[in-house]
Design a protein around this ligand. Sequence first.
Ligand SMILES: [Zn+2]
Ligand SMILES: [Zn+2]
Length: 166
Amino acid sequence: MAYKLWLGNLILISVVISVANSQRQNSETTSDQEAQEIQVRGRVICLAEEMHKLYDADLSTNHEHLYGFKTKNGVFYTLLRTNMSEALFVDKRLHEKELIIKGRTFPQTQILEAISLYSVHDGTIHELYYYCVTCAIRAFAPEDCECCQEPVELTETPIELKPLQN
Ligand SMILES: [Zn+2]
Ligand SMILES: [Zn+2]
């Protein structure tokens, strides 16, 4: 009986391994066409102003800010405006913070789709989100709570964030 169980586990393990192997092969052959997960650290900046500063790109006096992300290594990304990244566009408080963005980039682009936001201060990483204390509901952006219609609060909770494994 114990032997049978052991054999069953062995088969299960080898199935898991072969599935993992085939997935790895798939990702190698198609990585050029797939979105890549990334984690970047830096700040929200206005791309129009940065390009003006760096390369004297034309900048109209009343320009509409074109928000992007500048990493600590000086790499620029254009931010995709989505439900999850809305806060980066509308909450000026986030423009003052050092941030970590977890998200995706797309083939042949420097477009960043932010999926999770974190702030870095006092040597600690904080998960960043909006919260209604009354309803205990989280929100992506500084809007009115979907339940009680009161404004949600910007909330930063210290967490341990592991680097991406690739
Ligand atoms: Zn600007
Ligand atoms: Zn509420």
